[in-house]
Design a protein around this ligand. Structure first.
Ligand code: DP6
Length: 338
């Protein structure tokens, strides 16, 4: 079969990956733990065809820009090298959520592309191998292969592993383990000025707090992981907020500022919710939007507070979702990545 369609969902990191290990390869410098989101998806179709003279990449109906196309072609080159099949491919990918929503479209995008491309070219890889392939294009994408709560280790220190070492995410607990609602507070429709790849590089190279971040992140990760396994929602929320604040503090000290006035206003609203007795916590990725973490029973109250914040354009409500999966050809049952 030379064609496959995969569906993947974005994920939100509770403990953030921010910074790559020095040296070659796309290895994270710190461990991360995320939750895969339901209700938002990327659907990607890949077709290898001997009649094509180059790869074609179409995103949301338009030809992909140069940089995005180059990243997709790199992934296609990897599956061509692994399979020994030199054919070019046609890639068509579509998000069912607004790309400027602050949700990591590169995570769901590369997870879906990795799964569809590896299957379309005939590689019978398991989910871990596909997660590793996605990680080589965008580290956070490794986590979207799996559903529920997902963990990704830091890469081994330089010199202790070859750059082609496999590093895959793994599922830690299903969504039902700790029910969660994620309220994505969209504060701007503009694309971000500094992408995460560049932002984390500047942070590690220039922030006076880079070392502090690199030593704090793994300790915080271990504590959040423990709190999650113990189903302690309040501790998970508090550690998640701490991870986002520490990541942004180190970035801001290097001049990498993703926050706007609206970001701070939503943060203030989250603190006000907590003062009023609601267990609500905030997390922020490489953009101005805030994601509020609450237990499902508190979602309506938190959402009402969020939409009232000046500068919040809309609030998207998401819950915990499944990992990436292949869409079965008509008449065949669906297959999961795992
Ligand atoms: C703040 O995975 O987009 O969302 O590996 O350079 O593609 P690259 O970066 P990317 O960074 C995500 C950063 C983050 C935190 C996280 O998702 O862990």
């Amino acid at each position: 079969m030379s064609e496959a369609v995969a569906i993947a969902h974005p994920n939100i990191a509770l403990t953030k990956y921010w910074g790559k290990r020095p040296g070659a390869g796309r290895f994270p410098a710190v461990p991360s733990l995320s939750v895969t989101l339901a209700g938002l998806s990327t659907r990607t179709r890949v077709r290898f065809d001997g009649a094509l003279s180059r790869d074609r990449v179409v995103l949301n109906g338009s030809t992909a820009d140069g940089e995005t196309e180059a990243r997709a072609v790199e992934l296609l080159d990897r599956v061509r090298a692994a399979s020994g099949d030199a054919r070019f491919a046609e890639v068509e990918s579509r998000n069912d959520f607004p790309t400027a929503s602050g949700l990591a479209s590169s995570a769901s995008g590369f997870a879906a592309l990795a799964l569809a491309a590896s299957r379309a070219i005939g590689l019978a890889w398991d989910a871990a191998r596909v997660s590793d392939l996605a990680r080589r294009s965008s580290v956070s994408a490794a986590r979207s292969l799996f559903g529920g709560y997902v963990e990704l280790d830091a890469g081994a220190p330089v010199g202790q592993s070859p750059m082609d070492d496999i590093l895959a995410a793994r599922p830690l607990a299903p969504g039902a383990h700790l029910p969660l609602a994620v309220l994505v507070c969209v504060t701007s429709e503009a694309p971000k000025a500094v992408g995460s790849t560049a932002g984390m590089k500047t942070t590690l190279n220039e922030s006076p707090y880079a070392e502090a971040w690199l030593s704090y992140a793994p300790r915080l990760h271990a504590r959040l992981r423990e709190a999650l396994l113990a189903r302690d929602f309040t501790a998970v929320g508090a550690f998640a907020e701490s991870s986002a604040l520490a990541m942004h503090a180190s970035a801001i000290a290097a001049g990498v500022v993703y926050w706007t006035g609206a970001t701070l206003e939503v943060f203030a609203a989250v603190r006000a919710l907590r003062a009023a007795g609601v267990a609500a916590f905030a997390t922020i990725d490489a953009g101005p939007h805030v994601k509020i973490l609450v237990q499902p029973g508190d979602a309506a109250r938190a959402k009402a507070a969020a939409v009232a914040v000046p500068g919040v354009r809309r609030v998207i409500e998401a819950s915990v979702g499944e990992g990436a999966r292949l869409e079965a050809p008509p008449g065949v049952g669906a297959a999961k990545a795992t």
